[in-house]
Design a binder for this molecule. Structure first.
Ligand SMILES: *Cc1c(COP(=O)(O)O)cnc(C)c1O
Length: 376
């Protein structure tokens, strides 16, 4: 028997008391009882998003909010600029194309973050860009983008900035209002310590103007309907009641710890993970690594897919493999949400054992010893 340890960048572990809260008796959503919960949630979640703007909640995975941001902000024939440094950046382009939105794709080499001067030039060369899409943490590569700098550049144009912070929120700093991010997107199953099933989208007054003008087809993900209900602490459709009950508790836990402390905790675990990986003689893939996930190059001669499989099936530890062209070439260890230093130590220990079994000459204990040294 192995205990199951979830160390992937989503889904992430859910605290036991949150699981119990979600197992509580079902209540009807059109009741004062549920509306009181939603009202509470609507106030508290703004602190996590660091915004005074509405944060809308959808019963979908994170990609639902990504699609929402396309079909509600843009119109047919509009142009959007998409920063694509991995699988999730690419998703915005794919959604735009489905709806007939033209995209200017800024292809960033996987493992690197968006270059600010290149972005500035692209925006100059392509006037009339209505929306700029970026990820905070590009989960497929473990890179964090410099959203503060990107927002400054976008602020000089008429465009609105949409940030996919599905994995980055709570791990990497994101000052939505202070930096001038118009739309921040998140999902429940990453830093927010919940099961999959909720998507979030905060929206600035500037972005709300685009919603008024948008002519793309939508029904379920209609922001006009969502904003109208939001004003009454309601939702247009049946919300994911149990998940929102869990969210209410998660938000209490997060606000008690404080956003600054949460980000510091992620930064510390990320730093310990990177130090351990380097002590094992391995190389970090991301040039500007995120606090949410550490991407590691699979060493020469080692089968990266076998590593992930052995970790899961023999050690009981789920880490993530590479995606796209980097399948088998990198693996990713999360330090995201409900995780602490002993989760990290477990993952590093498991990696040492599996690497040894796969024929890589790792000094057993080197990664774990590094963490212990840094902790004392
Ligand atoms: C996980 C993730 C997504 C996709 O979210 P789903 O919940 O799977 O729809 C999108 N973007 C980023 C950066 C992610 O980490």
């Amino acid at each position: 028997m192995n205990k199951h340890r979830l160390m992937s960048p989503g889904p992430t572990p859910v605290p036991e008391k949150v699981l119990l809260r979600m197992a509580d008796t079902m209540i009807h959503h059109r009741t004062p009882q549920f509306q009181a919960v939603l009202k509470d949630v609507n106030i508290k979640i703004k602190k996590v998003f660091q915004t005074e703007n509405p944060v809308l909640i959808f019963a979908s995975s994170g990609s639902g909010a990504m699609e929402t941001s396309v079909v509600n902000l843009l119109s047919k024939g509009d142009k959007a600029l998409v920063i694509r440094g991995g699988k999730f950046g690419e998703r915005f382009s794919e959604i735009c194309k489905v709806y007939g939105v033209e995209t200017v794709d800024y292809d960033v080499t996987w493992g690197e973050s968006a270059d600010i001067e290149t972005l500035e030039k692209l925006l100059k060369d392509n006037p009339g860009i209505k929306v700029v899409y970026s990820t905070l943490c590009e989960t497929s590569t473990g890179v964090v983008n410099n959203i503060e700098a990107i927002a400054k550049i976008v602020a000089d144009t008429k465009a609105v900035l949409v940030v996919d912070a599905i994995s980055g929120l709570t791990a990497d700093e994101l000052k939505t209002d202070e930096w001038g991010v118009d739309v921040t997107i998140c999902g429940s199953q990453k830093g927010l310590m919940l099961p999959p099933g909720l998507a979030f989208l905060s929206i600035s007054p500037k972005a709300q103007k685009l919603v008024e003008a948008s002519d793309l087809p939508k029904y379920y993900f209609d922001l006009k309907a969502a904003l109208k209900s939001y004003k009454k602490d309601d939702t247009p459709w049946t919300p994911a009641v149990s998940l929102i009950m869990g969210l209410n508790l998660v938000l209490d836990m997060m606000l008690k710890e404080g956003m600054g402390n949460i980000i510091k905790r992620h930064a510390r675990l990320a730093d310990l993970t990177r130090s351990a990986v380097k002590a094992m003689g391995l190389e970090i893939f991301a040039k500007t690594p995120s606090n949410a996930v550490t991407s590691v190059k699979v060493p020469e001669g080692v089968d990266g897919s076998a590593l992930v499989k052995k970790m899961r099936d023999e050690q009981g530890i789920t880490v993530a493999g590479g995606q796209g062209n980097f399948k088998g070439k990198i693996f990713r260890i999360a330090h995201l949400g409900y995780m602490d230093v002993y989760d990290t130590i477990s993952a590093i220990s498991g990696i040492e054992i599996v690497l040894k079994e796969l024929g890589y000459n790792v000094k057993l204990g080197s990664g774990v010893a590094k963490i212990e040294t840094l902790l004392t």
